[in-house]
Ligand binder design. Structure first.
Ligand code: THU
Length: 136
């Protein structure tokens, strides 16, 4: 469970991170803040590219930053967009690698939580490391 301070910090950092989106093509800025079990929050924003397919979502910037710092379990992620957009399928799959219990807060540009659910609800019947006999 998230305590009120963690919740506030996550929402705040997702909104802050959104400012650093590089999204000149879609003009759809996304900020993400990911709370690891360590208590550290890792943030990210979407980074687009003139070669569109090599762009990356905010959630994956946050997740990959955390993972390369040694984090493997995540309590929650807040994702901020102008209209409360939900994480894409690729980001759901990346997060699912590290547990389906992660709480997902979908936040609008004012910081209102539009929706809140576990990753398991966003990605039912997920293909996970256990399908390959591995446990993270
Ligand atoms: N985007 C994210 O950053 N996260 C998502 O989960 C959905 C989409 C970005 C990718 C692209 O830069 C822009 O939003 C429009 O698709």
């Amino acid at each position: 469970m998230l305590n009120p301070e963690e919740r506030e910090a996550l929402i705040d950092q997702a909104l802050q991170a959104r400012q650093w989106a590089y999204a000149p093509y879609s003009k759809y800025a996304v900020g993400a803040a990911l709370l690891a079990e360590s208590g550290i929050i890792y943030s990210g924003a979407n980074i687009e590219n003139a070669a569109y397919p090599v762009s990356i979502c905010a959630e994956r910037v946050a997740a990959f930053t955390a993972i390369h710092q040694g984090e493997r379990r995540f309590k929650a992620i807040a994702v901020a967009t102008e209209n409360g957009g939900a994480p894409c399928g690729s980001c759901r799959q990346v997060l699912a690698e590290f547990g389906l219990e992660t709480l997902v807060l979908i936040v609008d540009q004012e910081g209102n939580v539009d929706k809140e659910m576990r990753l398991a609800d966003l990605l039912p019947d997920a293909f996970t490391p256990s399908d390959l006999g591995y446990s993270v």
